[in-house]
Ligand binder design. Structure first.
Ligand SMILES: Cc1ncc(COP(=O)(O)O)c(C=O)c1O
Length: 381
């Protein structure tokens, strides 16, 4: 007698960029062709046109393209005058580049813990840190997973101290805080166009936004070694430019961004509804009332027995990721900062509990149901 075999289900990868490529393939092809015909590959008209559109999209006066999100952070720190011996406050529960850029700028990262609900900087703890650290010159909150940090509270604390705030909005293009877009909520905003971001290039790319004309001028100079006039240098900058090809591609893709974001938000609502219906004992993402538009670069659960759940999903070819498994204060390269396990309990707990699910806009309702069903089944088993 034949045994009943489980039907073979199609894999659900964490992200499949091929699913969106068909949508703009022709337009991007034409844009690339236009750049190739011009044989102009560095900055130039394409970059200027993209910067103008991106600034408008983020609701700011200026956008300055650069080579990556990591460079955007570094350039923003340099432009705001951070130098050797300064301290910059950020969170330990973020991608490495946030703190890496602080070190590259010659400063020391000082960590404050996250709030458990949003995974973002805890403004209450920030106040306490600022009160005892006179060398802090800037605050670098992160809008993790595509939801904004509590910026009013953070900016108010910075103003009272006379220091700058730089948003790490690498994961948050188009995210809104009380109706205002990420990148325009402080002095400077930093974005990444890494391919997995909601607005991804065909390689690396980044951007800094600001409403301050003086800072914009500094950024434009710092990304070309610190020169305003060719071969004359007012500051020591770096080589960090957005390629014309990437700008031409991003000019096409930015027009699709709101549609993709709506798709991600729809998928997030679908997961939340389905996981609740199925009674899965996970904690779904919670948006604080001030996060008026979460863009779900990631849809991140807190899951009991997270690693076992992940293994079970992998066995069913469902892609997941842990952003991030070890908080920065416990990374080997930051040992000299003197932090210990237990210093930031919420960041440490998050790194043990979080699991990000596939959330890209092209996922079908049945794929979402399959992922939610597999999660519920794991806990019933
Ligand atoms: C929060 C955060 N900051 C900074 C970066 C750095 O961006 P990039 O990879 O473009 O250098 C990223 C990208 O992964 C990020 O997620």
């Amino acid at each position: 007698m034949k045994t009943a075999e489980k039907p073979q289900l199609a894999p659900v990868p964490l992200l499949d960029l091929r699913k969106q490529y068909g949508l703009f393939k022709k337009e991007v092809g034409q844009a690339i062709e236009r750049v190739l015909e011009s044989q102009h590959f560095i900055l130039g008209e394409e970059v200027q046109a993209f910067e103008k559109r991106a600034a408008e999209y983020c609701g700011v006066r200026h956008a300055v393209g650069c080579a990556s999100g990591s460079d955007a952070l570094f350039l923003a720190l340099l432009a705001s005058g951070i130098r050797l011996g300064d301290e910059v406050v950020t969170v330990p529960f973020t991608f490495f580049a946030t703190a890496g850029a602080i070190v590259h700028a010659g400063a020391t990262p000082v960590f404050v813990d996250i709030e458990p609900g949003t995974f973002n900087m805890d403004a209450g703890q920030l106040a306490a840190v600022l009160a005892r650290r006179p060398k802090v010159r800037a605050i670098l909150p992160v809008h993790l997973y595509g939801g904004c940090a509590d910026m009013d509270a953070i900016v108010e604390l910075a103003r009272s101290r006379g220091i700058s705030v730089i948003e790490d909005a690498a994961q948050a293009i188009g995210a809104e805080y009380k109706g205002r877009r990420a990148g325009g909520l402080a002095e400077l905003g930093c974005f990444s166009f890494f391919p997995s971001k909601n607005l991804g290039a065909f390689g690396d790319g980044g951007m800094v936004t600001t409403n301050d004309d003086g800072l914009a001028e500094k950024l434009r100079s710092l990304r070309v070694h610190g020169s305003k006039k060719k071969y004359y240098y007012d500051a020591v900058g770096v080589n960090s430019r957005l390629d014309s090809l990437q700008a031409a591609i991003l000019r096409v893709k930015i027009e699709y961004l709101d549609g993709w974001t709506e798709g991600r938000r729809r998928n997030a609502a679908h997961y939340t509804r389905k996981l609740d219906e199925l009674g899965a004992p996970v904690t779904v993402p919670e948006a604080a009332p001030y996060q008026t538009r979460h863009i779900f670069n990631q849809y991140t659960l807190r899951a009991p027995r997270r690693d076992e759940l992940r293994q079970a999903l992998t066995a069913q070819e469902i892609g997941t990721e842990v952003y991030y498994p070890l908080p920065l204060h416990l990374q080997k390269c930051f040992a000299s900062l003197g932090y210990r396990a237990g210093d930031f309990p919420e960041s440490e707990r998050a790194s043990r509990e979080v699991l990000s699910l596939p959330i890209y806009p092209e996922l079908s309702p049945s794929e979402l149901d399959r992922v939610a069903g597999a999660i519920a089944e794991f806990y019933q088993g």
